[in-house]
Design a protein around this ligand. Structure first.
Ligand code: SF4
Length: 80
């Protein structure tokens, strides 16, 4: 029997599916001796985000694509 599976996000090198964290600028991978965790940097300033999100993260209001800055490219103009 032919089986086909799809994943929306790539698996990391440990075979873990982090979901949205895989493409989020706030995610960091923390490596232990025999384990690795995905850490959410948003948790430092916002208690709504867990330090170590339960994976895979399928929906997250804080997700921001890596490589895209939320800071405007140019400073706002001065009034006057
Ligand atoms: S903001 Fe959401 S998607 Fe981004 S690292 Fe935190 S939990 Fe993952």
């Amino acid at each position: 029997m032919l089986q086909i599976s799809f994943t929306k996000e790539p698996l990391d090198s440990a075979g873990m599916d982090p979901g949205l964290c895989a493409t989020c600028r706030h995610a960091r991978v923390v490596k232990g001796a025999n384990s690795r965790f995905w850490l959410c940097d948003q948790s430092r300033t916002d208690p709504r985000y867990p330090r170590y999100p339960r994976l895979p993260v399928l929906r997250c209001a804080g997700h921001e694509p890596a490589g895209v800055s939320s800071v405007p490219a140019e400073p706002p103009g001065r009034p006057g």
